[in-house]
Ligand binder design. Structure first.
Ligand code: HEC
Ligand code: HEC
Ligand code: HEC
Ligand code: HEC
Length: 486
């Protein structure tokens, strides 16, 4: 399946099968389409094929591999390592390479990330920006290839796209020891493996590319978007599920503890907001004499103008954003989700978060200096929430309560714009999945209300004809559907 057109890709895919994908991983049933077919084998990229056939039996790391060295995908891809055709490894699947390359799923997106830079859309973006060849442009490679903070080994290839080490960290320090008898997760981590099992560590990695960072080449400015780059939507738990190439089986739990979707969602919301505000408060926050538009609600500027005697009002006042009418508000998708999560799971911090977020919106209507000060305070509130969610995770029936809040009287009127609404649907989907994974809702019952969730996705399918009122109705019935499963 090809999901063309950014605004539909995630949602269509999710509607079609997030739940199934999540459950297949849980119960270690191979997902249909990921089976080991002949067609599948031919999909291996020529680059990797060449690299792995030359080196598949050679498990020794390259001579240059020391701690901090990026050794390249080929060094993980041996047929006795992570390049198996079957998921028959004792500890981990060992077919991770295939899943990372699977072209029919979002799981394969990272291996394609470099290749898209050679396509027509990228060339057109680069031509508009005047940055030359996109496959060589710093502005693109920071996210469409493996960003390297250390030396590159002999087998490192930029063309491999977002390779294993983009997330798992430079392998130089642990590649030779991580499969040895007696190696533990803790020793691997102390040798430089990124502890992606920890929500905060994972969020930090994903957000670099799925929101942006202050490092070179890791930010999609409004200028890049205006040149044709798709907008970026992200939710940590949902996107983790979509790209997963591991099984959360008993063995995984014994090594790393039981993963918790609700916690991943909540920590992900808090750290996404913290990232956004810290970047806004820093050098990324301005462009020319303007604030950087990437941080703002897109449709507050991108609306039709009506000029006639009987007024046509195409925007709605938003009770969570005390900013004067006629000014573009900050994109508050994560602020809204966090308000709901804090009220349920961190009530002691909820009031502070609420007043900091209102103060921040209001400061956006004054001047940059006060908006930066308010952004720093709100970022600190978000960090405090992240710490609380990570140490005392929201548990039990809290997912039901959060769903109820999101669609309830206090929060729902804040869904006046597209981004916040997309985040709300992804949130409902994730929270429902969390309930299924924790055994509070059966698979059958969840499948029974799938149509309600799909209607909410449908209400955000087309950004340009987004209607907040219709969306809130769809959201309300999806939330009632979930509530009825309690
Ligand atoms: C901050 C990280 C970041 C930077 C910088 C970046 N991109 Fe992207 N790009 C992404 C992400 C993330 C997506 C996927 C968006 C989604 O689907 O959620 C993407 C998607 C795309 C797509 C659509 C891919 C598809 O499969 O349809 C194209 C084309 C693209 N980027 C080109 C570029 C070009 C050209 C540049 C440099 C001018 C660039 N990108 C810079 C992160 C980035
Ligand atoms: C986009 C980020 C990303 C990329 C790229 C990526 N991984 Fe992962 N990987 C993860 C996450 C997240 C997990 C689950 C969390 C964890 O590490 O326990 C994971 C889990 C794994 C596991 C299972 C760990 C366990 O303890 O059970 C293996 C093995 C693995 N990845 C290997 C690879 C290999 C090999 C590649 C390259 C072919 C790769 N990964 C590319 C993010 C990524
Ligand atoms: C080095 C940059 C980078 C990092 C780190 C990264 N991604 Fe990505 N990711 C991308 C790019 C670029 C794309 C789009 C590729 C394309 O569509 O061609 C993408 C696509 C995806 C997609 C498919 C989205 C879609 O619309 O089809 C998912 C899911 C995803 N990433 C999840 C994650 C998760 C989860 C993490 C953290 C564990 C992560 N990514 C870390 C760069 C990155
Ligand atoms: C503060 C106002 C403002 C905000 C907020 C804003 N934009 Fe823009 N956008 C503009 C302006 C001004 C242009 C340039 C239009 C022109 O030259 O006529 C533009 C152009 C664009 C274009 C190119 C349109 C075309 O016809 O080529 C796209 C795409 C775009 N913006 C997307 C976005 C996205 C996505 C967001 C949210 C992340 C966003 N914009 C937020 C003001 C804004």
């Amino acid at each position: 399946m090809g999901f063309r057109g950014r605004s539909i890709r995630i949602r269509a895919a999710v509607a079609a099968g997030l739940l199934l994908a999540a459950l297949a991983l849980l119960t270690v049933i191979p997902i249909a389409g990921l089976s080991n077919s002949a067609g599948q084998k031919s999909l291996f990229s020529a680059v990797l094929n060449a690299a792995t056939s030359a080196t598949s039996l050679d498990r020794k790391p390259a001579a240059t591999a020391t701690r901090g060295t990026f050794t390249g995908v080929a060094s993980c891809a041996g047929t006795t390592c992570h390049g198996r055709m079957e998921a028959d490894g004792k500890v981990v699947r060992q077919d991770e390479l295939q899943r990372w390359q699977e072209p029919s799923t979002q799981g394969g997106a990272h291996s394609r990330a470099f290749a898209v830079l050679g396509g027509a859309r990228s060339r057109q973006i680069a031509a508009t920006l005047g940055i030359g060849d996109p496959t060589a442009a710093t502005e693109c490679l920071g996210c469409h290839a493996t960003p390297t903070s250390g030396p590159r080994g002999d087998r490192f290839l930029t063309q491999d796209g977002v390779g294993c080490e983009a997330c798992h960290g430079p392998a130089g320090g642990w590649i030779a020891s991580h499969y040895a008898v007696g190696a533990s997760h803790a020793t691997n981590v102390s040798n430089g493996l990124v502890p992606l099992d920890r929500p905060a560590a994972r969020a930090a990695v994903c957000l670099d590319c799925h929101f942006g960072s202050d490092r070179p080449g890791q930010f999609v400015t409004h200028r890049i978007m205006a040149a044709g780059h798709p907008r970026i939507a992200f939710e940590l738990d949902l996107f983790s599920t979509l790209q997963a190439h591991h099984d959360e089986d008993a063995d995984y739990v014994s090594r790393k503890g039981r993963p918790d979707s609700l916690r991943l969602w909540a920590v992900g919301q808090a750290l996404a907001l913290e990232r956004s505000l810290s970047l806004y408060a820093g050098a990324r926050g301005t462009e020319g004499v303007f604030p950087e538009f990437y941080f703002l609600d897109c449709h507050s500027c991108h609306r039709r103008i009506y000029d006639q005697d009987s007024r046509v009002k195409s925007w709605e006042a938003n009770p969570g954003r005390p900013i004067p009418p006629g000014m573009p508000p900050y994109n508050d998708e994560n602020i809204i989700m966090l308000s709901a999560a804090a009220q349920v799971a961190a009530p002691a911090l909820a009031a502070r978060f609420e007043s900091d977020s209102r103060a921040f919106h209001a400061a956006m209507g004054r001047d940059r200096a006060s908006s930066v000060a308010a952004a720093r305070r709100l970022a600190a509130s978000a960090a405090a929430l992240a710490a609380q969610f990570a140490s005392a995770p929201p548990g039990g029936d809290m997912a039901f309560a959060i769903v109820e809040r999101i669609a309830g009287q206090a929060i729902a009127p804040r869904f006046t714009d597209y981004e916040g609404s997309v985040q709300a649907v992804m949130g409902l989907d994730t929270l429902l999945n969390a309930l299924v994974k924790s055994g509070r809702v059966t698979v059958g019952a969840a499948a029974g209300i799938r149509a309600d969730i799909n209607r909410a996705y449908a209400a955000v399918r087309e950004p340009n004809s987004f209607r907040p009122g219709d969306f809130r109705m769809a959201l309300g019935s999806a939330a009632r559907g979930i509530g009825a499963l309690r």
